[in-house]
Design a binder for this molecule. Structure first.
Ligand SMILES: C[S@@+](CC[C@H](N)C(=O)[O-])C[C@H]1O[C@@H](n2cnc3c(N)ncnc32)[C@H](O)[C@@H]1O
Length: 261
């Protein structure tokens, strides 16, 4: 993105708002301080950032994330609250929002398909809940997973997913793919009827596949799985939440891998 607001140099707040309007349709919405902080920290291209109280956001950064203060100081343009609400109706309590360029799909596909990948790819098979998808991306980023692939119609770059992921989309490779386009690697599919995860070592190049909240794993992924894996659960409990399942599985992988953080 090269159409930057540059601290409002092309007309202060008005110029920044114009820059926002020009770019909003093609950009990723960073909604709130933490999304902006992570995006900046992980190298996102952020052409415009607006805040209701610029000084308050910089003070928050000085307190929580001193490493991004200088970047935010250059980026942030103060605008009236109603102006920002007109652009971002569900404004985050931190009163800050920004736009970022979406990373190139080709770069993500190259990372996901790299020969000799050293950390797993998380596959969400037709997820339905935007908040779950965001939480999974946050987990994948935290564990240093190579990426998160979704199948089905949910857009993993939807603003609600980016908000749920706290902007950590920029710390891993997030793409939607067809079920027939998954990266290479042994496919470990998580479902309550599989082999107990505690007896398994999950390889670093694994694809870790999880089913949808309502229907579980599709027949297609189940049939292609090299191994069905279960998380311990006492009788009468039907299943765990999707993001919780991803968290437990990545933790188990990390406990046996020298490539985990
Ligand atoms: C909320 S669950 C899906 C429940 C769904 N009603 C079903 O019938 O499978 C979402 C996903 O989390 C994973 N999951 C949940 N509990 C699990 C368990 N005990 N063992 C392995 N995977 C589990 C599975 O991948 C599952 O498809």
């Amino acid at each position: 993105m090269d159409d930057r607001a540059d601290g409002g140099s092309d007309g202060g707040p008005e110029g920044a708002v114009r820059a926002w309007r020009r770019q909003a349709d093609a950009a990723v919405l960073l909604d709130g301080f933490h999304a902006l902080k992570h995006a900046v920290r992980f190298g996102a291209d952020v052409p415009v950032a607006l805040a209701v109280d610029r000084a308050a956001v910089l003070a928050l950064a000085a307190d929580l994330a001193p490493d991004v203060v200088a970047d935010l100081d250059k980026l942030l343009v103060e605008v009236e609250q109603d102006v920002l609400r007109a652009l971002v109706p569900r404004l985050h309590p931190t009163g800050v929002a920004a736009l970022a360029g979406r990373p190139a799909r080709a770069d993500h596909l190259a990372a996901l398909r790299r020969e000799g990948r050293t950390t797993p790819v998380v596959v969400l098979d037709n997820p339905r809940n935007l908040g779950n998808a965001g939480a999974v991306i946050r987990l994948a980023a935290g564990y240093g997973a190579a990426g998160v692939v979704t199948t089905g119609s949910l857009d993993p770059w939807h603003p609600t997913v980016v908000r749920g992921g706290a902007g950590l989309h920029f710390a891993t490779a997030v793409e939607r793919l067809g079920a027939d386009e998954l990266p290479r690697g042994p496919l470990y599919a998580l479902g309550p009827e599989g082999a107990d995860i505690r007896g398994l070592k999950l390889p670093d190049d694994a694809l870790l596949a999880f089913g949808s909240e309502r229907n579980g794993l599709s027949a297609e992924l189940r049939a292609r799985a090299d191994q069905l894996v279960s998380l311990p659960m006492r009788p009468q409990v039907s299943s765990y939440n999707l993001a919780t399942s991803v968290g437990m599985t990545l933790f188990h992988w990390s406990a046996h891998s020298t490539n985990a953080p």
